[in-house]
Design a protein around this ligand. Structure first.
Ligand code: ADP
Ligand code: MG
Length: 966
């Protein structure tokens, strides 16, 4: 389709079609019947889309199975029984419909010579092919809307101009005077060669023809032979004596990038018959040319181009719109290609061979173009398609490059001889199917109201009818009164007067003139009558128009009213919209306020929660405090209870002793009185008491300067031997886990004993940990101490079991003489002790400072003090000064008898806060500490280091005494 423009023709979107949709080339296959002389068939139609090729028997035998049975699929396969009509219906009809709807189409037949290409394209008498059927369909569809001849006029540049009626008439008259071309036949005047090509029943029509357009069909017919283009419709004078060879044409590209044959004849045809005639003219010329050029028709390509020009009618629906821009030209090319067989097959020689080569060359180029196109489309490459290499491909370049519908009918002859060539044809056809061509886009119709032609026609008919009613129409065709009068108009007689006395001529002339005058009068009358009639008709029309105008006015009024209502409603809508906007704004504000309140609520809630949490924390803290206080109260209560008990016991003993002394005295007195010998009966107790008394004396003035506000134990006032003999049974608390300080003391003792004496000893645990009284390590240690406590001397067992003193198993304790150089102290400070750096420090002059007690130091001193630190129940570090006296044991070892405990309290500088410590110490710890508050009770024991025991450094707690074996 070509859109024409005045001056500057708009460029056709050839390179970049606006339509992205593409359709593959439609490839159809037609199998012709086997010829009478042929026997073997190599093609089988399997389905209506597939055929199968069988290699002929001879070939199979020769090539040793090289040829296999192969199947080829097409858009549709037409078998031997397919009629020309059926083929047209499927293949060409859509193309004709496209042509009428301003879309281009290309249809070609491809195959070897004799396969039925020409039969398919042209057909034979009674068997019209695609070409005559296409023409027939075109004229069946557009003939009522055809423009007058020469209204459309091709320019020399493949474009189309539009002329007014007068110019067209002048052109028509010129042609009529110049040539003897017959006018459009009013009836079917068919060339004998084309007689009955298409039966009346088979006639078909396209749908959707635009009735408000005017159409014209132009045909051209060219032949491409030996890569030369010849115009088959060119009118040339043929010299029968010395015929000139036909002149070839060249290809040109128009402004829209369409290729066209420059100077090619385009014949405007007004009917199928006329088009047939033109076609036959071309065919005849082709035959003559072939004879002149000494060639076969099978070696040339013939191209029949049908151009359809269409332009919209003007607003009145009367004439074609005089606007070149509105002219649409679409074309359908019907191509009957040369036989595709190879040169070798024709056994041509010389110029024939060259010619055949050229023909092959153009088909080869077609194949190459299709191949490159396919590759470009499938692989996204941009290879140059060699359209220019042959005239055929060059002419149809825009179909593949631009837009249009392309269809190919592959004709095959099933005869075995053609097998190899048919194979090549099939391969080409399959490849062609994979090429896609841009789908042509729909063109918009012009802006005038539709149905104007019909309205114009209707008006004309109505006018004629009314004129007829009032005395018949003035139409030249039908005999009217005026016509009759005109015909009866008497011719003037010869008016040459023979002489002055000619009486005949003048009166005859006068009579004739009078007659004429009379007729003239009658004609004037008739004319006036008709004019009046016309006037009345027009008046009637006018009144009609008036009433119509009134009606329109009325409708306009109604419209106005409706408009007003609409306006009112619009205003109402505007008002409501404003209101709704206002409400929306209000909602917005409320929403924002709600958000703020919610935010406030959330923050208050948060604050409330945090306060509650704080309160709970404080409550729990209070509860903990309470519990601790209660613990402290219970501890001190217990302590004092025990103290009281102990004091009562001591007092009791003292009283008993006094009683006993008194008893003794009484006895002595009695003995004196009864003259008995009393000197040898010294009881053992008093001797002990004697020992006890100085011990008591030495203990009461405490050697340790009590410089702090420590709670000094009243133990110092007790007799240690008493304690030893009358000692309370091992306090279960002492054995219980949690006896931190004594356990650590034991470990210190262990460290003081040579390693070899111990079996399976463990490395000492971390000192600081011990100082802080970590329960697990300590309990382990304690457990071990008790495990070693197994071997017990029978005497000790006695003591344990009876709880009475049954006689000392060792020699009585020996106290070092105080006169031997004052009191000397063993100042035992375990390394694990924390240096408290307090201002008030115990000061012991004349002391041997040791980290662990050893025999050497003990042997030199008579007093012993252990500075022991432990964790008090309230989490503070509590320092205890455990004092004792050193005795020499019978075995040669040293024994310490604890006599006094001073408890000093000091805030632990290492503990960051009370709270933390209290949280760190578990309930176990607290109870343990509680146990140790009455350590004084338990410290009234004597411990003896046992030396040389093969059991290792064991500590015997029987009677709280440790002895060294001899
Ligand atoms: P091509 O143009 O391919 O060389 P033609 O169209 O000239 O072949 O066909 C050769 C012969 O075969 C013609 O006589 C034609 O009538 C006949 N023929 C071809 N196709 C058919 C067909 N489908 N039905 C009947 N006859 C056919
Ligand atoms: Mg042919």
């Amino acid at each position: 389709m070509i859109r024409q423009a005045k001056g500057k023709t708009p460029r056709r979107p050839a390179k970049k079609p606006s339509n992205n949709q593409k359709d593959p080339v439609g490839v159809y296959c037609r199998v012709r019947p086997l010829g009478a002389e042929d026997e073997e068939c190599c093609i089988e139609v399997i389905s209506n889309t597939t055929i199968q090729l069988h290699a002929p028997d001879g070939l199979k035998a020769n090539r040793n199975g090289e040829f296999k049975e192969t199947q080829y699929s097409f858009k549709k396969v037409f078998g031997i029984k397919t009629t020309q009509g059926e083929l047209f219906e499927d293949v060409a009809k859509p193309l004709v419909e496209d042509l009428i709807h301003c879309k281009n189409g290309l249809l070609f037949t491809y195959g070897v010579t004799g396969s039925g290409k020409t039969y398919t394209m042209t057909g034979s008498p009674g068997q019209g092919g695609l070409l005559p059927r296409s023409l027939d369909m075109i004229f069946n569809s557009i003939s009522p809307y055809q423009a007058k001849r020469y209204v459309f006029k091709p320019d020399d540049k493949n474009g189309m101009e539009v002329q007014n009626q007068v110019d067209a008439l002048l052109d028509r008259q010129k042609r009529d005077s110049q040539t003897t071309v017959p006018k459009t036949p009013t009836t079917r005047r068919i060339d004998p060669e084309f007689a009955d090509m298409i039966s009346q029943e088979e006639a078909c029509k396209a749908d959707g023809v635009d009735e408000d357009s005017s159409y014209s069909v132009f045909v051209s017919y060219i032949e491409i032979y030996n890569n030369y283009i010849y115009d088959l419709l060119e009118e040339t004078h043929i010299d029968p004596i010395k015929p000139k060879p036909p002149q070839s044409k060249i290809l040109r590209e128009d402004q829209n990038h369409n290729m066209y044959v420059a100077g090619c004849t385009e014949v405007e045809v007004k009917s199928t018959e006329e088009a047939f005639e033109v076609f036959w003219r071309g065919q005849k010329k082709r035959r003559i040319a072939n004879t002149q050029l000494n060639c076969e028709s099978s070696r040339s390509h013939s191209v029949f181009i049908i151009k359809l020009a269409q332009a919209p009618l003007d607003a009145d629906g009367d004439n074609v719109l005089q606007d070149k821009n509105q002219v649409n030209v679409s074309q359908l090319c019907l191509v009957d290609l040369a036989g595709s067989e190879r040169t070798s097959r024709t056994r041509a020689e010389g110029s024939r061979l060259r010619e055949a080569g050229n023909i092959n060359q153009s088909l080869m180029t077609l194949r190459t173009c299709i191949e490159v196109l396919r590759e470009n489309q499938m692989c996204g490459t941009n290879k140059m398609v060699p359209y220019r290499d042959s005239k055929v491909t060059h002419l149809f370049k825009n179909y593949f490059d631009g837009e249009g519908k392309v269809r190919m009918v592959v004709c095959v002859n099933p005869k075995a001889d053609d097998y190899e060539e048919t194979l090549l044809v099939m391969r080409f056809a399959e490849m062609t199917q994979e090429v896609e061509v841009a789908r042509p886009v729909d063109r918009p119709i012009c802006g005038f109201a539709a149905g104007r032609r019909q309205r114009n026609q209707a008006f004309k008919e109505e006018l004629t009818r009314r004129l007829e009613e009032r005395g018949g129409p003035l139409d030249g065709e039908s005999p009217t009164v005026l016509n009759q009068l005109l015909q009866s108009f008497p011719p003037l007689p010869p008016c040459e007067i023979s002489g002055p006395n000619d009486d005949v001529t003048l009166p005859r002339l006068i009579e004739a003139l009078e007659k004429r005058h009379k007729i003239r009068q009658m004609m004037i009358e008739e004319y006036n009558k008709t004019a009046n009639m016309l006037k009345s008709v027009l008046q009637e029309q006018d009144s009609n128009l008036l009433s119509k105008e009134n009606f329109i006015q009325e409708q306009r009024g109604k419209l106005g009213e409706k408009d007003k209502t609409l306006q009112n409603q619009k205003n109402e809508i505007d008002r409501l919209e404003k209101k709704s906007k206002m409400l929306e704004y209000k909602i917005d504000i409320l929403q924002k306020t709600t958000n703020i309140y919610e935010e406030d609520k959330r923050s208050l809630q948060h604050e409330l929660e945090s306060r509650e949490q704080r309160l709970q924390r404080e409550m729990s803290e209070k509860r903990r405090m309470e519990a601790r206080m209660q613990g402290i109260v219970t501890d001190s209560k217990l302590k004092w209870e025990k103290e009281c008990e102990r004091r009562v016991n001591a007092k009791q003993l003292e009283m008993q002793n006094k009683l006993w002394v008194k008893d003794e005295k009484l006895k002595q007195l009695k003995a004196i009185v009864t003259e008995g010998k009393t000197e040898n009966r010294q009881p053992q107790r008093p001797s002990r008491e004697k020992d006890k008394v100085p011990a008591k004396r030495s203990a009461s003035p405490s050697p340790v300067p009590s410089t702090y506000n420590g709670s000094q134990s009243s133990l110092s006032s007790l007799e240690p031997i008493y304690n030893f003999s009358q000692t309370v049974r091992p306090d279960p608390h002492f054995l219980r886990p949690g006896s931190v300080s004594v356990a650590s003391c034991i470990s210190e003792w262990e460290q003081g004993v040579p390693q070899s004496r111990r079996q399976g000893s463990q490395s000492p645990p971390d000192c600081r940990k011990r100082a802080q009284g970590l329960p697990d390590s300590l309990s382990r240690r304690r457990g071990r101490c008790w495990a070693r406590d197994v071997p017990v001397q029978p005497a000790e067992v006695d003591l344990e079991e009876t709880g009475h003193w049954t006689g000392p198993p060792v020699r009585p304790l020996h106290r070092r003489s105080h006169s031997a150089g004052g009191e000397r102290w063993v100042d035992h400070k375990p390394t694990t002790n924390v240096d408290l750096d307090t201002v008030l420090q115990p000061n012991i002059p004349n002391s041997i400072k040791v980290n662990a007690p050893n025999e050497k130091a003990l042997s030199k001193c008579d007093k012993y003090v252990l500075t022991h630190q432990e964790l008090a129940s309230d989490g503070e570090i509590q320092t205890k000064l455990i004092k004792g006296e050193v005795f020499k044991t019978r075995g040669g070892g040293q024994a310490v008898q604890f006599t006094d405990i001073e408890t000093l309290k000091q805030e632990n500088p290492l503990a960051p806060s009370r709270k933390r410590r209290s949280s760190e110490t578990g309930p176990d710890c607290e109870s343990n500490e509680g146990d140790w508050t009455d350590v004084q009770t338990r410290c009234s024991v004597a411990m003896e280091m046992r030396a040389g025991s093969n059991l290792g450094p064991g500590y015997q707690h029987h009677g709280y005494q440790k002895r060294r074996k001899p």
